[in-house]
Ligand binder design. Structure first.
Ligand code: HEC
Ligand code: HEC
Length: 313
């Protein structure tokens, strides 16, 4: 090979790599140009001052885009009806992301299109917003994935983009991921059952089957989330319950109450996630997942709560 050709091939090769990196970035940030990306990352150090001010649905523009946004809203708020063929339980996204993801304290979905794609340890890779939505579809909704390019998936993303207006790319949002309890006290299932019967059954029913996805969703049984969902972890369920329940009386439960309730709820039967062995492919699987094995241990009286709650690995 002549040296000139060698250099040309080499340059082509470098060009291909740079082009590939550029394309990957361009794909990941969904149409933002380089300047916007730089501005966005420079801003993100001040994000704790970000105000929570998602636009009103009354201001959705007319036309095709507006229709998609409103369809997205309906899908999020009325998932079990509007996407019946995909949903495997009796929940909506609103069952956990209150107010269709607009409630600031209940795992708000405002800003999602600004922070995805991102690395997710449970998947062991970079996850797009579409894949993250489908993650909740197959776990929390115990259902099926929306096909790529389906009207449903596009509409939900349009809705998320709309409610994420003015949130800079990569923003560190103060309202995000606040529903996890760091030091979960060792629970008592019996005490959890007692509090449940006293404070939760008016909306969630004595048998946990609920009164409706947006009035008191199913907490266990076949109409609830499967044991691969985020809320099937004691730390997440205890954190969620402490911050958000009982609806109307939020903030009245102690950490101990919330832990007892989480242990009681997660000791009941629920749909089984078939792919536990594929989660956390790079290790670090949390110990506090209440899967079928751990539910059986509660029944047998052999569960070691302390070990589940104190060690991560
Ligand atoms: C049973 C409760 C539940 C239901 C129902 C549910 N989710 Fe989630 N969702 C969660 C939890 C828990 C998390 C993780 C939050 C955390 O880690 O703090 C989450 C996370 C997410 C995230 C990523 C949030 C982030 O900050 O990165 C998106 C996006 C999402 N859900 C979308 C949806 C959509 C869309 C639906 C309906 C199709 C849905 N979820 C239904 C419980 C639920
Ligand atoms: C006044 C009615 C009401 C009461 C009482 C209530 N909840 Fe809820 N719960 C709701 C509603 C409504 C939602 C849906 C999300 C939202 O709107 O906040 C919900 C959602 C939930 C969820 C997430 C959805 C799911 O399917 O897992 C959990 C967990 C939960 N509640 C637990 C409890 C516990 C534990 C108590 C008792 C301490 C309780 N709730 C008391 C109305 C209620």
């Amino acid at each position: 090979m002549k040296s000139g050709t060698g250099i040309a091939v080499g340059l082509l090769f470098i060009g291909a790599i740079l082009g590939g990196v550029w394309l990957t970035k361009a794909f990941f940030v969904e149409g933002l140009d380089a300047t916007e990306m730089v501005t966005a990352s420079a801003k993100s150090s001040n994000d704790k001052n970000l105000s929570y001010n998602p636009p009103s649905l009354d201001d959705v523009p007319e036309g095709e885009m507006g229709e998609s946004i409103l369809f997205g809203y309906e899908l999020v708020n009325d998932t079990n009806n509007k996407a019946e063929q995909y949903v495997g339980n009796n929940l909506t996204c609103t069952s956990c992301h209150a107010g269709a993801g607009l409630d600031e304290n209940s795992s708000s979905l405002v800003g999602m299109t600004a922070v995805y794609p991102q690395y997710i340890e449970r998947s062991g890779g970079i996850v797009t917003i579409e894949e993250r939505i489908n993650g909740c579809m197959v776990r929390s909704m115990n259902g099926k994935k929306f096909e790529a390019n389906s009207d449903e998936l596009e509409a939900i993303v349009s809705y998320f983009k709309y409610i994420s207006k003015d949130i800079p790319v990569g923003a560190d949002m103060p309202w995000r991921m606040n529903n996890s309890m760091e030091n979960v006290p060792v629970p008592s299932v019996a005490n959890g059952e007692e509090i449940y019967q006293k404070s939760c059954i008016t909306c969630h029913a004595a048998d946990g089957a609920g009164t409706g996805p947006n009035t008191g969703p199913a907490l266990w049984g076949e109409d609830s989330f499967n044991d691969g969902a985020g809320l099937a972890r004691l730390s997440k369920l205890a954190g969620y319950v402490k911050n958000n329940m009982p609806a109307g009386g939020e903030g009245t439960l102690t950490d101990q109450d919330a832990s007892d309730l989480a242990a009681f709820i997660l000791s009941q039967d629920r749909p089984v996630w078939a792919n536990h062995d594929k989660d956390w492919p790079k290790g670090n699987r949390p110990k506090d997942i209440m899967d079928k094995e751990n539910r059986q241990k509660v029944k047998d009286g052999t569960i070691d709560w302390k070990a589940m709650l104190t060690t991560k690995q």
